[in-house]
Design a binder for this molecule. Structure first.
Ligand SMILES: NC(=O)c1ccc[n+]([C@@H]2O[C@H](COP(=O)([O-])OP(=O)(O)OC[C@H]3O[C@@H](n4cnc5c(N)ncnc54)[C@H](OP(=O)(O)O)[C@@H]3O)[C@@H](O)[C@H]2O)c1
Length: 241
């Protein structure tokens, strides 16, 4: 049984069966509890993280501009993984993951404003001016964390998982020793939820600080694409100060 499920049982959660898939329904809920994760959109990163979290016992909804194209992916992930639009996944998630070409963030921030307001949003998207244009150029000059918070105003943004390649996430999840995932955010509840989801995906969370510190692991930084255990990552962060 996963750590999440053990924690859930310890919190007096009631197991129910939904469509043949065992789900956990809260009899008493804490504000930090996560049951549902919505992922916008499900490309390499969305599918990779969705599988790890579905395996850990979370209910996952993958979003696409063409939801019907995701049914086979959702079936492969299993555990009752759902598909939907960006709006549906944002509504569904207690936590929402943005895994999109960075240039799409401003428009998504507007169209999903209502669904994302007050929610934790883990943004794994990376700004590349060659692909994402002026939106990315602004993000690199302002800092990706601050820029994402502006583009997704009203949401509690945490930057995480963006510094590891999707293939490295797949091959290193639950590795011993655990591989570190740096994360940054401003909101305490959002940081706590991101920490839990990093752990449940099979990695060691290392908080770099507030959103402004997300520059320390964005494209172009020394930590970007580095596969390091927690000790090595903390040493690199200390050296860079
Ligand atoms: N791949 C990695 O190793 C990796 C690692 C860390 C961070 N990231 C970042 O995470 C984000 C997602 O990366 P990814 O590799 O998962 O991307 P991806 O495989 O290309 O998936 C992105 C999804 O976004 C949707 N989409 C909407 N507008 C699009 C457009 N103009 N071009 C392409 N796709 C578009 C597509 O889904 P539908 O067509 O189904 O709507 C696509 O499947 C990016 O910002 C990337 O830089 C990627």
């Amino acid at each position: 049984m996963s750590v999440k499920k053990l924690t859930a049982f310890a919190s007096l959660l009631l197991a129910t069966t939904l469509g043949g898939h065992t789900a956990l329904a809260a009899t008493s809920s804490s504000a930090h509890e996560i049951h549902n994760i919505g992922i916008v959109w499900a490309g390499n990163m969305g599918e990779t993280l969705g599988k790890l979290w579905a395996d850990a016992g979370y209910h996952v909804m993958l979003a696409s501009r063409h939801p019907d194209s995701l049914h086979s992916t959702a079936n492969e992930i299993g555990h009752g993984t759902k598909v939907g639009t960006a709006e549906q996944a944002s509504q569904f998630g207690d936590v929402v993951v943005m895994a999109v070409p960075y240039g799409a963030l401003p428009q998504l921030g507007q169209s999903l404003h209502q669904q994302l307001a007050g929610k934790t949003v883990i943004d794994v998207s990376n700004p590349y001016p060659g692909r994402d244009g002026a939106t990315a150029a602004k993000a690199l000059s302002l800092g990706s964390g601050k820029a994402s918070a502006q583009y997704l105003s009203g949401a509690h943004v945490v930057r995480a998982f963006n510094s590891l390649a999707a293939t490295a996430i797949t091959s290193n999840a639950h590795h011993s020793p655990l591989i570190a995932v740096p994360y940054a955010g401003d909101n305490p509840k959002a940081l706590a939820q991101a920490k839990t989801l990093i752990q449940q995906a099979g990695f060691a969370p290392v908080k770099t600080g507030n959103l402004a510190t997300a520059t320390r692991f964005q494209p172009g930084s020394s930590l970007f694409l580095q596969v390091l255990d927690e000790k090595a990552l903390r040493a690199q962060l200390a050296d860079a100060r």
